[in-house]
Write a protein that binds this ligand. Sequence first.
Ligand code: ZN
Length: 212
Amino acid sequence: MIKESTLKVENAVLRETVGAGDYWMKVVKKSQTIRILDTQGNQAADTLFYNADDPAEHYSAMDTLREQGNVYLSAGSKLLSDAGNVMLSITADTCGRHDTLGGACATESNTVRYALEKRHMHACRDSWLKAVVEHPEFGLDKRDITHNINFFMNVPITPEGGLTFEDGISDAGKYVEMRAEINVIVLISNCPQLNNPCNAYNPTPVDLLIWD
Ligand SMILES: [Zn+2]
């Protein structure tokens, strides 16, 4: 569902750019709003969420999809944890839908999906692992890397129930916005993927904005 934001960019308390292939990890406090802005279009932001006060609690794709009765995420979606708590609410979305079924790219899956010689290529799972190793203060480790949301990624379901990875439906300047309902650790891998059409084989920066 397309829903425009009512927030003004000049009132944001933070604005940062995350280059393609980089990660971004910060705590977004309860009642703050975070926007992920697709600056040039067709980028994928592979994102994990944790309860900042108890990082063992994390975003759960299956609980979120079951409770909303729909496989796509958009404005109105409530992002649930594995304990069934609402972590964030999507309050605005100019892209229209986001995937949480396709999983993140990894060196292993790149070899299976594309070709053996893709194994050396940088992948979102590498970025997440790098983030938790470089930031032990968040209390996360390798086993906390779990299911994620692929913001802006287009993974439509076929009438037979199949999953397909398709050309992106996002565009330059489209964004998704979420209000934190608890203190939440946000870990984003700005996808370096060069093998699938979701980002037009051209990874580009995303911007993160936060409002109090
Ligand atoms: Zn990726």
